[in-house]
Design a protein around this ligand. Structure first.
Ligand SMILES: Nc1ncnc2c1ncn2[C@@H]1O[C@H](COP(=O)(O)OP(=O)(O)OP(=O)(O)O)[C@@H](O)[C@H]1O
Ligand SMILES: [Mg+2]
Length: 368
């Protein structure tokens, strides 16, 4: 891929000013500085490359971006990248986590208030939309915006104007919105929990971040990256990353995605002795590893078959014994459907009580 400016070292460059408990205002440095201190978004999987290509495409426009994905997949990182690759780079990047603000305060956080607008409003307050004028507003956990506030958000997105609480004066702003959620907004719309018009307004350019188990090729580079960061931070020298740890990481299911991996590497670096990293995955987690075909030959096949079997049965049970499809066990394990079926056959796994419509392997018609 050609050079891009979607990833920058905001850690080193940014001046972060805490505003209240929940906001971060970032006044980044010049583009030259950014080029000098690039920090890559780690990974080269096709899935991540596709996300970064989408960021490159949408960043220069002023269109709203909706970043979706499981917890810890890097939504905030991508929101920053979108701002930094846009013409608004160098202007404010304002973040608001809608789930972290009590509902009755959210409106004033977004739009501000005048002195005396409500009990406790002892002074005038500027809202996040005003703070983000000419820059980017990142609304995290946008699915948590209560229904009563959704029409107001829709209005400011459409008209770029709003009033502070307790004031009739209309303020015009020029704000680019980047929103993120790990909830399924489409389902929330279907259940009447989220306004469809706001959803369509937010969903102009959706970017779906893949779970880490769907881009396992990125794991070694991420591990190396975080080992470097934490060993440097803790002043420890790590000579090598044991292959058993890498193998365990390669097959863990990573429900907490990159954040979980980052935390586990941090733990391993803390626990390391004499330059050797221990495997930070708990015994139970480690025993639930499916070994790759290559790794299998070097270890006792009995042990690994047992753990393989335990993990597959547990995952099949969680998936209601559905093998294929987005919610099937194969997807949860990061395996192809046919690979999982072959493993099940090899390990003699079948559904305990076969029901109508399933064969002995527990394969439903959905999987066929
Ligand atoms: N590709 C990546 N390369 C390097 N670090 C990453 C990458 N993706 C995520 N991270 C790091 O993982 C951590 C979690 O990322 P982030 O906070 O962006 O996740 P999130 O999707 O917003 O999670 P949540 O939904 O829980 O808020 C952060 O420390 C982030 O810097
Ligand atoms: Mg986040």
């Amino acid at each position: 891929m050609k050079a891009r400016i979607v990833a920058v070292d905001w850690g080193a460059l940014s001046v972060e000013v805490s505003v209240g408990d929940h906001a971060t205002v970032t006044n980044a440095g010049s583009a030259d500085q950014v080029e000098r201190t690039f920090e890559r978004i780690i990974g080269s999987s096709a899935a991540l490359e596709s996300v970064l290509a989408q960021v490159e495409q949408v960043a220069p426009t002023d269109s709203t971006v909706l970043i979706e994905g499981e917890t810890g997949t890097g939504k905030e990182l991508i929101a920053h990248a979108t701002h930094n690759a846009s013409q608004r780079y160098g202007r404010a990047f304002i973040k608001l986590n809608c789930a972290a603000i009590p509902l009755d305060l959210l409106e004033s956080e977004l739009f501000g208030h005048e002195k005396g607008a409500f009990t406790g409003a002892i002074a005038q307050k500027i809202g996040r939309f005003e703070m983000a004028d000419k820059g980017t507003l990142f609304l995290d956990e946008v699915g948590d915006i209560p229904p009563a506030l959704q029409p107001k958000l829709l209005r400011v997105l459409q008209e770029q104007e709003f009033e502070r609480l307790g004031s009739g004066r209309t303020h015009k702003v020029d704000v680019r919105l980047v929103a993120a959620t790990n909830r399924n907004l489409e389902k929330m719309v279907a259940r009447g929990q989220f306004r469809s018009d706001l959803y369509y307004r937010l969903n102009v350019f959706p970017i779906l971040l893949p779970a880490l188990r769907e881009r396992r090729e990125d794991i070694p580079a991420l591990v190396t990256h975080f080992v470097k960061i934490f060993s440097c931070r803790m002043g420890k020298q790590i000579d090598s990353i044991p292959s058993e740890m890498m193998a365990a990481f390669q097959w863990h299911s990573w429900p907490g995605n990159i954040r979980e991996l980052q935390n586990l590497v941090e733990r391993a670096v803390i626990l390391s002795r004499d330059g050797v990293l221990p495997n930070p995955l708990q015994k139970r987690q480690t025993s639930a590893i499916i070994l790759s075909a290559n790794a299998q030959s070097s270890l006792s096949s009995m042990n690994w078959e047992d753990s393989d079997r335990a993990l597959i049965v547990e995952t099949l049970e969680q998936a209601g014994w559905i093998v294929g499809g987005p919610r099937g066990a194969a997807a949860k394990l990061g395996l192809k459907r046919t690979t999982l079926l072959a493993k099940m056959r090899r390990l003699g796994i079948s559904r305990p009580i076969p029901q109508d419509g399933t064969d002995l392997l527990g394969v439903t018609r959905e999987d066929a």
